[in-house]
Design a protein around this ligand. Structure first.
Ligand SMILES: Nc1ncnc2c1ncn2[C@@H]1O[C@H](COP(=O)(O)OP(=O)(O)OP(=O)(O)O)[C@@H](O)[C@H]1O
Length: 299
């Protein structure tokens, strides 16, 4: 049981938005789909949902082509949040639940559960336009989850949510995964992907440039970070040979290196500059990998 994309290509006229993309999301796993603005993520999601036709390649869910029949199994949070502003929250969710094949009574039960879980029950009879942006986002998330889908496609699910609500949504989608659902989501927040996803892809100009488990992706990136915390000025360390890049902050600095010997040099130089509070060699973050692969301008 899996979502499978084989050699999927989408062209808009002369322009290739998605270029021979291959990916498999195993049942019960969470997959992070990353890429800069315009990389082709939403286009890929629309093809998975059958909203756009691929020019080449094949997309299957449990070995079947996704169609109207499979739609009750799928939950989709679109990037362009498409709620009717004048419609009341409950009426709107009942309507969307019925479109996914739910009976009205089941939809109402599920809506009550999710409104309460997301702490927005007080908005049940309000028009969508009366809600804050974050609360509208929660209603749209409920529309994607309320029919208990087996496959969840979430386009930037955390955008617009405050940190408390981000945690609430993370818990909800993790519960879905733990109950066996298969989840594919896009995000510009590398820390969320790092925390939640077993596997990931980075696409760039429609082409997959990185894919695999988080562990393998990190292992194959032959750079490390040296984090030094100190109250002293560390800018003198920027020119230590072998430092690939450096980020200074109020706490100290993080140096990117590709040779552990350079870490020793940095330690000696830091101690000479003054007392240090912390020294650590860290594995690269997904953010480091993304920036190195896709380019600084997108970070
Ligand atoms: N209907 C369309 N006609 C022509 N070009 C399109 C169409 N839809 C998308 N594109 C182009 O395809 C490319 C990929 O767009 P897409 O929306 O899939 O990117 P994305 O990775 O989701 O970006 P973002 O992170 O900004 O949401 C972009 O260059 C976009 O302009």
């Amino acid at each position: 049981m899996a979502l499978q994309l084989e050699n999927v290509t989408k062209r808009f006229g002369e322009f290739t938005a998605v270029d021979h993309l291959n990916l498999t999301v195993e049942k019960g796993s969470m997959y992070g789909f990353l890429g800069a603005n315009g990389a082709g993520k939403t286009t890929t999601f629309r093809m998975i949902l059958g909203l756009l036709n691929a020019n080449e390649g094949q997309i299957t869910w449990n070995n079947k082509t996704i169609s109207y029949e499979t739609s009750p199994e799928i939950g989709y949070l679109p990037e362009e949040r498409g709620l009717y502003p004048k419609m009341k929250v409950e009426d709107q969710l009942i309507f969307l639940g019925e479109l996914r094949g739910m009976k009205k009574a089941d939809a109402k039960k599920s809506i009550d559960y999710w409104l309460e879980r997301f702490e927005v029950s007080q908005n049940k009879n309000k028009k969508v336009e009366e809600l804050s942006k974050g609360n509208q986002q929660k209603i749209q998330v409920i529309a994607a989850l309320m029919h208990d889908p087996k496959l969840l496609i979430l386009d930037e699910p955390f955008s617009g949510l405050d940190p408390v609500n981000v945690e609430m949504l993370k818990k909800a989608i993790t519960d879905f995964r733990n109950n066996g659902a298969t989840i594919l989501f896009s995000s510009h927040r590398m820390d969320h992907v790092e925390e939640l996803c077993e596997k990931l892809s980075i696409i760039h100009h429609g082409k997959q440039i990185v894919s695999g488990s988080l562990r393998d992706v990190k292992r194959s990136f032959d750079r490390q970070n040296v984090r030094i915390r100190s109250d002293h000025d560390l800018t003198g360390l920027d020119n230590v040979p072998g430092v690939l890049s450096v980020a200074h902050s109020v706490e100290g600095a993080v140096f990117q290196i590709d040779d552990e010997e350079v870490a020793n040099e940095l330690l000696s130089a830091a101690v000479q500059a003054g007392p240090i509070r912390h020294f650590e060699i860290e594995e690269p973050s997904l953010q480091d990998i993304f920036i190195a692969k896709v380019g600084k301008e997108y970070a």
